[in-house]
Design a protein around this ligand. Structure first.
Ligand SMILES: NC(=O)c1ccc[n+]([C@@H]2O[C@H](COP(=O)([O-])OP(=O)(O)OC[C@H]3O[C@@H](n4cnc5c(N)ncnc54)[C@H](OP(=O)(O)O)[C@@H]3O)[C@@H](O)[C@H]2O)c1
Length: 318
């Protein structure tokens, strides 16, 4: 389960920024040098931040390859550069967000989100599975989201793409277990990365054609301020997520589901506590439309309570 030098070969998608960049650096700088990291990104012109953060591990325990998870050709070319096509750990991290009233989003834009968040992961898994199954060894990690477990208003399409991924992986995990190949989902809540910035920039550009004024008002004046509050109060850092992922891949019996933020455990539990779905739908409705100001106060209190000295998480990064 390792290359000639005894290191585990880890291939990570979407390493130009955020969580992917941080996982790549965390593993490449492992004190015991246990990992050979193949950090991939679709545009190598964006490599500078990663190279700088990797420091002297670049060229030693970390190498770069171009990879667009939406392209069969790009995936094939990337694997052509991997020695014996041997990957011990695949970390599917690349992903895109999409937020806003569904009426204003074209089917093409929605398909692009599924192309990256769902088919991108499936494409990568299909590529590594035959070899891992043959060797009866390997670990596939998928960076999903809390939104892969619980729907969130105005994130309808992004949520659907992560639910699709969860369903696919929940099914695949059983078959892969028979071949001693592990599959782990990482389910972060909000994380402070460019993801958030990119989505907010997109929202600012949106014109909401075909959307009635009430919906636009609910989205811009009710949902967005709450979303910003939630990010500020509950947001983790890419370092937190990278440490959680390192823990998962170093565990002798890695869990299938891994919520990274314990503040989300009760939220996700709502849907399992009431099989009619009423409890979670009504709770989210009330939180957003009836208790908006109360939620703002609650988030401000949470922000104080969750300062780093008081934080405890489901998979504690420390
Ligand atoms: N940030 C959050 O709040 C949050 C919460 C839960 C889950 N997540 C998940 O975490 C993962 C990483 O997101 P992040 O927060 O680190 O955001 P980010 O900083 O925007 O990083 C996303 C990465 O995915 C890459 N990417 C997008 N499309 C790609 C493609 N077709 N092929 C290869 N790479 C592609 C981006 O590359 P470019 O630079 O080329 O665009 C970038 O490197 C995503 O799967 C996201 O859904 C994020």
């Amino acid at each position: 389960m390792a290359n000639d030098s005894g290191q585990k070969v880890v291939l990570i998608t979407g390493c130009s920024s955020g969580i992917g960049l941080r996982i790549a650096v965390t593993l490449a700088r492992d004190e015991k040098k246990r990992y050979h990291v193949i950090a991939t990104m679709r545009d190598l012109k964006k490599k500078d931040k990663l190279v700088e953060a990797a420091g002297d591990s670049y060229g030693k325990t970390l190498m770069l390859l171009p990879l667009d998870v939406c392209s069969d050709e790009s995936v094939k070319q990337c694997f052509g550069h991997v020695k014996d096509r041997h990957i011990d750990i695949l970390i599917n991290n690349a992903g895109v967000g999409l937020m806003g009233p569904v009426e204003s989003i074209s089917i093409e834009e929605m398909k692009q989100v599924f192309e990256t968040n769902f088919f991108g992961v499936v494409r990568m898994m299909k590529e590594v599975m035959p070899d891992m199954k043959k060797r009866r060894s390997g670990h596939i990690v998928v960076v999903s989201s809390v939104m892969g477990l619980q729907g969130v208003v105005f994130n309808d399409v992004y949520t659907a793409s992560k639910f699709a991924m969860e369903g696919f992986c929940e099914s695949m995990a059983v078959q892969l277990m028979k071949f001693n190949v592990r599959l782990s989902m990482i389910e972060p809540g909000p994380v402070h990365t460019e993801f958030e910035t990119k989505m907010m920039e997109n929202v600012a550009k949106m014109e909401y054609p075909g959307v009635d004024p009430d919906t636009v008002r609910y989205f811009k004046d009710v949902y967005l301020p709450s979303a910003i509050d939630v990010f500020e109060a509950m947001g983790q850092t890419p370092e937190d997520i990278a440490k959680c992922i390192k823990k998962v891949i170093e565990s002798s019996s890695p869990r299938f589901r891994n919520l990274t933020n314990s503040l989300y455990t009760p939220i996700v539990a709502l849907k399992y506590a009431d099989e009619t779905g009423g409890l979670s739908v009504n709770t989210f409705y009330n939180l957003l439309f009836n208790f908006g100001p109360l939620m703002h106060i609650t988030m401000s209190i949470l922000k104080c309570l969750t300062c780093s000295c008081l934080r405890r998480r489901t998979i504690s990064p420390d």
